[in-house]
Design a protein around this ligand. Structure first.
Ligand SMILES: *[C@@H]1O[C@H](CO)[C@@H](O)[C@H](O)[C@H]1NC(C)=O
Ligand SMILES: *[C@@H]1O[C@H](CO)[C@@H](O)[C@H](O)[C@H]1NC(C)=O
Length: 213
């Protein structure tokens, strides 16, 4: 029994587990609404995987909370159990936004965008040949995410799971007051100006008719 467990222990030991927890990015004036009914925005995992080579590929795992306790890191991205198109029914998680560690450097130039928009790719959402699609989230969630580092197909490091992320529902979204809702000050001013112009025009027309008549 112990002999059977040894390789398992060795494997578990080979995986670097970082305490870093993926987090939603703070609101920024340039990016606007950070969470919509089908997307959310995460901070990039910069300076997290510092002891790996630059060519290690970092994946984002998006899972339903019940998939977290028994999550298998060894199931490869792109396999049916990790396909975006089958999420969250027959795949309880999917893997997307793969990029090499090189793209998450520690150095953060002040103006560079250092966030990840999850759910932004609509073109591949229904394309079964693109299982790693970063497609729109299928519902309000909640979802939990983590970053997983793969060396070819070997998991070599991971972060902790995020707290549950819940998206806006369509109802919440439409009840948000927007400035273009017909009663804004700008709209009222424009309507008044147009009415006055129209009245002047009408008066002019009447005057012309009176003089000609
Ligand atoms: C991400 O994964 C897809 C599918 O495995 C692959 O085609 C693509 O080249 C990868 N991109 C990067 C940057 O590793
Ligand atoms: C990645 O794999 C290569 C070749 O299999 C190996 O030499 C290297 O040490 C591995 N890197 C990590 C971080 O495990």
């Amino acid at each position: 029994m112990f002999l059977l467990l040894l390789p398992l222990l060795a494997m578990a030991h080979g995986l670097d587990e970082h305490l870093y927890k993926p987090k939603l990015s703070a609101a920024s004036p340039t990016l606007g609404g950070l969470t919509t009914s089908s997307t959310f925005t995460l901070e990039q995992p910069r300076c997290v995987f510092t002891n790996l080579q630059d060519d290690i590929v970092i994946w984002l795992v998006v899972a339903v909370p019940k998939a977290v306790p028994n999550f298998q890191n060894s199931v490869m991205p792109g396999s049916p159990e990790r396909a975006f198109q089958k999420f969250p029914t027959s795949a309880l998680a999917y893997m997307t936004l793969n990029t090499t560690l090189l793209n998450y450097p520690c150095h953060k130039p002040p103006r560079e965008i250092t966030v990840l928009r999850v759910g932004s790719e609509t073109s591949c959402a229904k394309d079964n040949t693109r299982p790693t699609c970063n497609g729109p989230l299928p519902g309000p969630g909640p979802y939990r995410v983590k970053f997983l580092a793969l060396n070819d197909s070997n998991p070599v490091a991971e972060t902790a799971w995020s707290d549950p992320i819940t998206l806006k529902t369509a109802r919440q979204l439409s009840s948000i007051p927007t400035t273009g809702s017909g009663h804004s000050a700008g709209m009222i001013a424009l309507t008044s100006i147009l009415s006055i112009l129209f009245a002047i025009l009408l008066a002019g027309l009447v005057a012309v008719l009176v003089f000609c008549g």
